[in-house]
Design a protein around this ligand. Sequence first.
Ligand SMILES: Cc1ncc(COP(=O)(O)O)c(C=O)c1O
Length: 373
Amino acid sequence: MRPLIKPQNPCFSSGPTRKRPGWSCGGLNTSSLGRSHRSSYGVDRIRHLVALTRDVLEIPDTYHVAIMPGSCTAAMEAALWSLLGPCPIDFITCDVFGDLWVHDGLRELKLQNTRVFEAPPGFLPDFSDLNPSHDLVLTWNGTTTGVCMPNADWIAPDRKGLVLCDATSALFAMSFSWEKMDAVAFSWQKALGGEAGHGMLVLSPRAVERLNSYKPSWPIPRLFRLTHEGVFSKDIFEGMTINTPSLLCIEDCIDALTWCESMGGLPALIGRSQANFKAVEGWVLETPWIEFLARDPHIRSSTSICLQFTEATNDWELPKAIAALLEEEEVAFDILGHIRSVPSLRIWGGPMVETADIEALLPWITWAHKEVA
Ligand SMILES: Cc1ncc(COP(=O)(O)O)c(C=O)c1O
């Protein structure tokens, strides 16, 4: 039967993701537009965004938080280029983005003494052999595979090496152990539904110690540079961004963060994402032809929910036809799995998505499957 109800908002893309419920362009504060980001008002707005981020994400006071140009990618690159080199490095990768950090470490920076822990899409590698005196680079949530770390218990609290974590598509939707992390990168257009192009970098005191005591042998492009004459550039982490940010994107992010606070902060955001995941999980359990790409329930992401068809695990034709039909029906936009993952559908279940919309979407997938299979 063709379902009667469509999702109120058909945006289920895994990035940029949909905006908060009730968002409108006209609701944004525009008083900083046309002003300098170095004016006291501009800097105040940047600091306000950073303060809200700290608050919502429950970042320890001793950690430093900066807005970076170039989204999560550049925030992560700044960390890789600036911090890695003085000791061996372990990489854990479970998706396309994790593979990119491995590429940059091994092929571009040509780091020595590296080990790569990797697994096929849908699995986490076995990393029981990690060495706590090595630096560690990992991606918390594999956006392209729907696999995420179950917890941080396996990271030794007294490890000597630094932990560099790509936390895009995890933060604002999952609990996160800041005390185990030293450099954390993320962008605004994932769980916050913010605008793209800006990233954030959070550094622990140990990461700052590394910046003050180690100078990489390679040149660091200005956009990645976190030190000045060998000393940590604290000003970048106090609202003096490296270059000009978009004040409109900043206002949009402040709007999202303010909504997050009004909803009850991180626990409420996690609850919303979990409810979205549970709705999908219930449907998958009763639908014989679909399954989670992540086989182990403990490592299933509640944000980038990746599903494959039991009858066509190696064939894009079915997911492509379903995604195209649902887009044509204006039921769901952009739910085809990532092109460099395996044939799949991917539904964003972050906190901006309403569970009622996910619940409305699922019968449509069942309908579309019947139509095209
Ligand atoms: C886990 C992860 N890391 C990094 C990125 C790249 O983010 P950006 O486009 O914000 O640089 C993405 C984008 O989808 C991602 O999902």
